[in-house]
Design a protein around this ligand. Sequence first.
Ligand SMILES: Nc1ncnc2c1ncn2[C@@H]1O[C@H](COP(=O)(O)OP(=O)(O)OP(=O)(O)O)[C@@H](O)[C@H]1O
Ligand SMILES: [Mg+2]
Length: 339
Amino acid sequence: MRLRVRSAALVLLGALWGAQLALAMEAISTSIAVGMAAALTGFLASYQNVFYYFHECCRNEWISFNKTGLQVDLERKLFGQHIASRVVVKALTGFMNNKNPKKPLVLSLHGWTGTGKNFVSQLMANNIFRRGMESGFVHQFVATAHFPHASQINTYKAQLQEWVRGNVSICGRSMFIFDEMDKMHPGLIDSIKPFLDYYDNLDGVSYRQATFVFLSNAGGESITRVVLDFWKAGRDREEIQLKDLERAMSLEVFNNKNSGFWHTSLIDKNLIDFFVPFLPLEYRHVRMCALAEMEAQKMNLDEDMANEVAKDMIYSPKEERVFSVKGCKTIASKLEYYR
Ligand SMILES: Nc1ncnc2c1ncn2[C@@H]1O[C@H](COP(=O)(O)OP(=O)(O)OP(=O)(O)O)[C@@H](O)[C@H]1O
Ligand SMILES: [Mg+2]
């Protein structure tokens, strides 16, 4: 055993040296360090007794899905997204309560900017992992930041696969969030495809308990068109159902040639379990966001100020001016200005 620990320490030193070297290189080397860290943690994970910390995700103290917590958070903190709230609760509850899922959970969140996609992924993480987004078992990738150079695609592919494999072998319930999915290279999306499928295991690692969350603006225009039609017909926004959006949304996602999403077989292979649409936000929602932000900043709640902030946002389309162009984004910084 002592020998094993010593060799583990040697590999640890080697990997740390490698990681340091990588840090000295240019920006892309962050991903290299990430790959090395994955190899390192994957290696350490095999020393169950010595490095049992790495296995703790599988113990209840790290992961405890709180359905009520998620419902309450979505009800109180997320405005104007009745469909997304419902789909997310249903998807996570079914998946987290299932001890033997047949495939990993794959959620694809779509919608206009500033409508709450990152916010919801944060609420999901908060109600699964004790440390929420800070948890070592939640991994977020942003296409333009982590995979910026098309010429490096092969390196990114290898690193990403190694990162996912390494982390899932440490913690089966790991969560991976891919932001700006519509800006992600098709080859890169293809490289994670095997992880999303119905395999029992791949090279000894089972991905069936992991969660993959994709965020993108793709489909946003179709969603807005449907919501605007309801608005024009004088119908309640809450009457909109998932099926009213699903077809239009998937058509837009499929047919948009500028992004990588549909070049891949994610959709035609049915690897995405739930499409989660985010509706464009209206004046009343922006107002609520302003009040929520005041509360978060421990300011006195000021209805007049909330109205001012909401009034100063830009609304579209040109004639109707119903939807906030930036959703609830920039509200936090705007409050500074009105203070
Ligand atoms: N529906 C909402 N209800 C409550 N707050 C919201 C909502 N949408 C956005 N916000 C607030 O605005 C901030 C920015 O939203 P978020 O980052 O989730 O937008 P996004 O949908 O990911 O946009 P983008 O497509 O530009 O990435 C959130 O942190 C949250 O404070
Ligand atoms: Mg976002």
